[in-house]
Design a protein around this ligand. Structure first.
Ligand SMILES: *Cc1c(COP(=O)(O)O)cnc(C)c1O
Length: 393
């Protein structure tokens, strides 16, 4: 494994996690498929089995490929160590279970990714762990929700569906004063545009399935912990058996090399399209943290250094059948789950269904767009034709 890389983000992305130096070696490290690793002596086996694992021991613990991916993410995040998991949700579940015990209480942002809300309602409540969902606009006031049993504050910024920004620094200050752990899902920001550990967060989580893999062809999660929390989250991922495969980590590593150029294109194209949509008569609101009109824009400017291709538009209240025909008739924006690949996607969002405190007050349909790498003028023409299909109620 390489040591710490110096240079700008692009340089770091190209070289992080690389074990170079051997003349004639391939640019990319080979994919190491393995369950069993062999040792010459029992003593060597025993040394390799000691935690923290610094080299191959057993496939579930890691392979040279998974270690290389973890090393690269740890460098990017400026964290103690990173752990690759089988999916983003696996990383998130492992973090909850690392810090929470029977009788504990956890604060979770109300704009959380839906499967995480389900995890709280099913798995955590079965284990006797209580969840309170808090409003994403809460900063220091989150203190009023802390109970003697509270152990963890779980953030996601920007949040899912409506992209609400959280004041991470203010929440971390409260958590530190009260001895609570903090974790954040920073998937939208990617490890490039936000540095949660520098803001004092204990664990940063990414659905690498999205921009890190970047081509919609693998499931992968990754978390990065500081030195105080690493052992706990490591035990949790191991107990769950939530390890990532070598093939997936290899795709994650390959994605990292082009992450900055892809993101810069997604960012510019999405800002262009979002600003253009703001001026369309069929659009009530555009929800994009990078737009000056967005309520959380100031926090975005303070805590992130860029934006991605994912945002939402609220349409003016229209005939529901015409909203379906808008979506169904698009040629370039495909209908599908997930985002972060090279392709443009569209999906209706329903934040009114699950939220408890951050009530969605929109009247018209809410459509989430992922702006891919297609030619921007083609995407705009596609959306313009779609908006023409809308009919008033
Ligand atoms: C997709 C997503 C996840 C889950 O990642 P998977 O790899 O699909 O399990 C978690 N958080 C956010 C914000 C996501 O968009």
């Amino acid at each position: 494994m390489s040591g710490k890389t110096s240079g700008g983000p692009g340089t770091l992305l190209v070289s992080a996690g690389h074990a170079h130096g051997v003349s004639g070696s391939s640019v990319n490290p080979p994919v190491h498929r393995a369950s069993t690793f062999l040792f010459d002596t029992l003593a060597a086996f025993e040394t390799a089995s000691r935690t923290p694992f610094d080299g191959p021991f057993y496939g579930r613990v890691g392979t040279p490929t998974t270690f290389a991916f973890e090393q690269a993410i740890a460098e990017l995040e400026g964290g103690h160590r990173s752990i690759a998991t089988s999916s983003g949700v696996a990383a998130i579940s492992a973090v909850f279970l690392a810090f929470l015990d029977k009788g504990d209480h956890v604060l979770v942002v109300d704009t959380v990714y839906d499967p995480v809300r389900r995890f709280c309602g099913r798995m955590l409540s079965r284990l006797g762990i209580e969840t309170t969902f808090y409003h994403p606009a809460m900063g220091a006031e989150i203190e009023t929700l802390i109970r003697p049993q509270t152990r963890l504050i779980y953030m996601e910024s920007p949040g899912s569906g409506t992209f609400d920004m959280q004041d991470v620094a203010a929440i971390v200050a409260v958590a530190k004063a009260r001895g609570l752990r903090t974790a954040i899902d920073a998937t939208w920001a990617t490890p490039l545009f936000m540095k949660p550990l520098a803001l004092g967060v204990d664990v940063s989580i990414h659905a690498a399935t999205k921009y890190i893999v970047g081509h919609s062809d693998a499931m992968l999660g990754v978390l990065t912990a500081n030195a105080e929390t690493y052992d706990a989250v490591r035990r949790s991922t191991q107990d769950l058996g939530a390890c990532a495969g070598s093939e997936e980590c290899n795709l994650g590593l390959r994605g990292l090399r082009t992450l900055e150029v892809r993101l810069r294109h997604h960012e510019a194209a999405a800002i262009d399209i979002a600003s253009w949509l703001e001026g369309r008569p069929q659009v009530a609101r555009v929800l994009h943290p990078g737009l000056p009109s967005f309520p959380g824009h100031d926090i975005w400017k303070r805590q992130l250094s860029g934006s991605c291709g994912l945002f939402a538009v609220e349409l003016v209240d229209s005939d529901p059948a015409s909203v379906r025909s808008l979506v169904d008739g698009l040629r370039h924006f495909k209908i599908g789950f997930s985002w972060g690949g090279y392709e443009s996607l569209i999906l209706p969002m329903h934040p009114e269904k699950a939220r408890q405190v951050a009530r969605w007050d929109g009247k018209g349909a809410l459509l989430r767009l992922h702006v891919g790498l297609e030619t921007v003028s083609d995407l705009k023409a596609d959306l313009a034709a779609g908006l023409e299909r809308l009919r008033p109620l």
